[in-house]
Design a protein around this ligand. Structure first.
Ligand code: NDP
Length: 485
């Protein structure tokens, strides 16, 4: 059993502190609905204290650090996460309901890589020079100041550290607002950063609800930039707050990602890949392929094979090393998924597999489990086929030409990612070029090189994260022009 803190306080100016109001709310294990601890329910006064600490820290030792010194701190934070690897795996699993297999191989492993990657990236980062007749221009990049980092509940430490690492690398100070549904690993990060030598006030974490913490954080006049990952509806509010304060804003939002399976694909590899794209992290990855487009001639056989593998997934105790499919991250979210499946049934959809809460016995029957679900026979423009469900529910739609497949892929309002499964290289290039999405994978899914641009088109966001894109978001260029005449 991990040592789960009974009170989850804010981390402000290097110290764990209670919210000013003293108010708290329970943090639940979604796999059992049992309380894990009590979380700070903060408000604008806590946000103000955190932003003030972050602002003051800009003029402290952190403001005088070199790139090499900051990179060394990032590496030390990565070491600290590695030293607590097993504890963090359990905390993430208890908080989210995901299997320890997932938090070990994906979440916590990636949190380590995020710090190591940005330590290296900032060491090797360089800026431009522009030589002109009679003058030389060179570009410097300056930190922004205090930045707000707001993250969702599906990949808590993974997504938080994906923002913290580049923000610190460029010399900013940060105020983080993790989802109130999954506060535990963010809570642990404060201590790890302090032990790694990060000066007080550089990393601050304020827990609580979006309206009470996220909104005042976005509106705070001393916050210079907002990096937000979450739903598209919240993204609109964050964008409005950013516009009002003339802040730099990065938005990583929702998705309804098409998986496109052509008859010439390598069938065994494709079934395995599509299973992963459909149900990884219980379907709660913004990149999951909820909209499965399959070429007519192989559709029945493909759906039958995929369904058999989905039905055979090992569901249950998230703490068992054998488990590959845990619970949804909250009961409220499981209810939302169920309502979409009902909508699909009402619209004439045929549930091929899943479509129910699995019967797992005590204590899991009180948890937020929902079986991997495949639904066939729905029109491609029906609500469950167009709207983000963000759960283990895939709707199947058939196409007969490449043009039809591309049109169906682009029918959604989102544009985050897509995967294309074909053995025909020409088709792969042709289709990839036409899909309206920030990332297209060909014969793979979620293969990530942290240097590449990551982000969405259309309703999936504004801006890109990753490699130099994040380093540039968290800094601003200044051109110096030297007269040489
Ligand atoms: P939400 O948009 O509901 O919440 C995201 C974060 O924003 C939470 O910390 C939330 O706090 C906070 N928040 C809520 N209201 C405000 C506000 N007015 N101002 C500032 N912050 C606010 O998303 P979910 O947590 O439900 O996450 C799921 C969504 O995230 C899905 O749509 C998914 O696709 C998307 N996502 C996108 C990714 C990408 O890279 N594009 C990656 C992962 C997820 P609280 O929890 O208290 O409401």
């Amino acid at each position: 059993m991990a040592s789960i803190p009974s009170t989850i306080d804010n981390f402000i100016d290097g110290t764990y502190v209670s919210p000013v109001s003293g108010r708290r709310m329970p943090d639940l294990d979604p796999a059992t609905s049992q309380p894990l601890g009590e979380l700070a329910l903060s408000g604008p006064e806590d946000v103000d204290a955190a932003v003030s600490a972050a602002h003051a820290a800009l003029n402290g030792p952190w403001g005088r650090t070199s790139v090499e010194e900051r990179a060394a701190v990032l590496d030390a934070i990565a070491d600290g996460i590695e030293a607590r690897f097993d504890e963090l795996i359990l905390l993430e699993s208890y908080d989210t309901g995901k299997p320890v297999w997932t938090s070990r191989n994906i979440d916590i492993a990636r949190a380590v890589s995020n710090f190591r990657f940005y330590a290296g990236a900032v060491r090797h980062y360089s800026t431009d020079t522009h030589s002109m007749a009679g003058a030389l221009n060179y570009t410097l990049r300056r930190r922004l100041g205090v930045v707000a980092l707001i993250t969702p509940w599906n990949l808590p430490l993974y997504l938080l550290t994906w923002k913290v690492a580049p923000a610190l690398a460029m010399g900013n100070t940060v105020v983080c607002k993790p989802s109130e549904v999954t506060p535990l690993t963010a809570h642990a990060l404060g201590r790890i950063a302090r032990e790694a030598g990060l000066p007080d006030g550089v990393l601050n974490i304020v827990h609580g609800l979006g309206a009470d913490v996220g909104a005042p954080l976005c509106a705070h006049p001393k916050v210079k930039a907002i990096s937000f990952t979450g739903g598209t509806a919240t993204g609109h509010k964050v964008a409005a707050a950013g516009a009002a304060g003339l802040k730099k804003v990065s938005l990583e939002l929702g998705g309804k990602n098409p998986t496109m399976v052509f008859a010439d694909c390598d069938l065994d590899r494709t079934v395995d890949g599509v299973l992963r794209a459909s149900f990884a992290n219980q379907g709660q990855v913004c990149l999951c392929g909820e909209r499965l487009l399959v070429e007519d001639s192989i559709a029945d056989a493909f759906v039958s094979r995929l369904s058999k593998q989905a039905a055979a997934m090992e569901i249950g105790d998230p703490r068992s090393p054998e488990t590959r499919f845990g619970s949804q991250t909250s009961l409220a979210h499981r209810d939302k998924i169920e309502s979409y499946v009902q909508l699909a049934r009402d619209a004439g959809g045929r549930v091929v597999t899943g479509g129910e809460r699995p019967s797992l016995g005590a204590p899991w029957d009180d948890g937020a489990f929902y079986a991997p679900t495949i639904i066939d026979g729905l029109p491609s423009d029906s609500r469950p086929a167009l709207e983000e469900i963000f759960g283990p529910v895939v709707t199947v739609h058939r196409f007969s030409t490449d043009d039809e497949a591309v049109a169906m892929a682009n029918e959604v309002e989102y544009g985050l990612s897509s995967s294309v499964w074909t053995s025909n290289l020409r088709r792969a290039h042709h289709v990839a070029a036409q899909i309206e999405a920030g990332t297209v994978w060909v014969n793979t899914w979620l293969k990530r090189d942290l240097r590449v641009p990551f982000g969405g088109m259309k309703a999936s966001g504004v801006g890109r994260e990753g490699g130099r894109y994040s380093l540039e978001f968290f800094s601003e260029p200044k051109n110096v022009c030297i007269d040489l005449t």
